[in-house]
Design a protein around this ligand. Structure first.
Ligand code: AMP
Length: 297
């Protein structure tokens, strides 16, 4: 596993390109098993480059950019045990010259949900992802379904800006009790860790209502909000259609149940992506991917 720090170090990637499709796994570090699952799945497709970069542009004023956990040595140790060809861990000024005038703005898919709570967040995400695509020139890029809206705005960017990279979304890794893994879970005290379980239970509740054939989004939303009542603030609980994140229309096809709430010092998000089919026998609900067919090849 080669550790690359500068733009000129990236010349090493030419060797990897000869070995197969170059697979990018972008992260902000503080790695957990969720990140590692992206690496394992990505490695099935070709040589993997993991990037570790805490992107200042996607944090708003007053957010946790300064305090975001930075654990590079431990991250590299974890990655050394996995099929990783290279890690790109640049300094901020390697990615941002400081003189940029152009950014990438999300379209409709960036409205509401995390885009409503964190103005400028998705422009920051898209701009850094576009920069990473430009620097690494991957054939495939792997993202976590946990950040569903992020996957969908990146998908739109790739389509609208004619970027030739295949996107793959990987299921959310959870702790045994259902809590979605997150680098921010380390902000939780033991009591807050318990309270944080209400995010996944809200989603299970929402899913059960969809499976019962409930069509009114408001009823599903209010049941999810009820589950979230003991958090320190609900940021959103929503039912949207995939991929365009519509808030109206029939609840069939791919449906996103998404929640965000503050628990202690952490802002946590979680979601379920469902495939909802209506047939003669009633409604069937199965887990779904966000992008493509879910066939990772
Ligand atoms: P981050 O370091 O939080 O920016 O995340 C880097 C990538 O890991 C993103 O594509 C995330 O969606 C993904 N990711 C984060 N948490 C999880 C999880 N629990 N399961 C699967 N992927 C995840």
């Amino acid at each position: 596993m080669k550790v690359l720090r500068t733009r000129s170090d990236l010349a090493f990637l030419e060797e990897l390109r000869m070995r197969g499709r170059l697979v990018l796994v972008p992260t902000m570090g503080a790695l957990h098993d969720g990140h590692l699952s992206l690496v394992r799945e990505g490695a099935k497709l070709g040589p993997v480059v993991v990037t570790i970069f805490v992107n200042p542009a996607q944090f708003g004023p007053g957010e946790d950019f300064e305090s975001y956990p930075r654990t590079l040595e431990r991250d590299l140790e974890l990655l050394r045990d996995l099929p990783v060809a290279a890690v790109f861990a640049p300094k901020t000024d390697t990615v941002y010259s400081g003189g940029e005038e152009v950014t990438v703005q999300p379209g409709r898919r960036g409205r509401g949900l995390c885009g409503g709570d964190r103005p400028g967040h998705f422009a920051g995400v898209l701009t850094v992802v576009a920069k990473l695509f430009g620097l690494i020139r991957p054939d495939v890029a792997v993202f976590g379904r946990k950040d569903a809206q992020q996957c969908l705005v990146i998908d739109q960017m790739v389509a609208d800006l004619c970027m030739s990279v295949q996107l793959v979304d990987i299921p959310t890794c959870r702790e045994d009790d259902g809590l979605a893994m997150s680098s921010r879970n380390r902000y939780l005290s033991a009591r807050d860790r318990e309270r944080a379980l209400c995010l996944s239970s809200a989603l299970r509740k929402g899913r059960a209502l969809v499976a019962e054939g409930r069509h009114r989004r408001e009823a599903i939303v209010s049941a999810m909000r009820e589950e979230l009542r003991d958090t320190d603030g609900i940021e959103y609980a929503e039912v949207r259609n995939v991929p365009d994140l519509e808030t109206q229309g029939p609840l069939t096809g791919r449906v996103l149940l998404a929640v965000a709430a503050r628990v202690g010092a952490a802002r946590l998000i979680d979601n379920f992506v469902l495939q909802v089919e209506e047939g003669a026998a009633g409604v069937t609900v199965t887990d779904s991917c966000l992008l493509g067919t879910g066939d990772i090849s």
